[in-house]
Ligand binder design. Structure first.
Ligand code: HEM
Length: 72
């Protein structure tokens, strides 16, 4: 597995974890005053998504540079 494939799959699965933490936030708030740490729960997966997402974003531009300018 290449690094870019690994980062893409990590991004995909962390996005599922992130979504679950957001759902947990709404559920906890529906049950009354949530514990103080609950709103912070999505921040770790969100930080991982930000880093892996920025990597995925620059991939096509780096690949184009490596290939050189178009010949036709
Ligand atoms: C926080 C900043 C984020 C950045 C900078 C970012 C950036 C990106 C980029 C550049 C791609 C690749 C698009 C492509 O060329 O195909 C991508 C794919 C994707 N992103 Fe994000 N993303 C972020 C957050 C999220 C969040 C919050 C979610 C969902 C909860 C998410 C879910 C996905 C999914 C499911 C894919 C497709 C992955 C695949 O190819 O299987 N991302 N993202």
């Amino acid at each position: 597995m290449t690094l870019s494939t690994a980062v893409r799959q990590t991004h995909r699965w962390v996005s599922v974890v992130f979504t679950l933490t957001v759902v947990a936030n709404f559920a906890a708030m529906g049950l009354g005053e949530p514990p103080a740490w609950i709103p912070f729960l999505p921040l770790l997966p969100l930080a991982l998504l930000q880093l892996s997402g920025m990597y995925l974003f620059v991939l096509p531009y780096v690949a184009r540079r490596r290939d050189g300018p178009p010949t036709t």
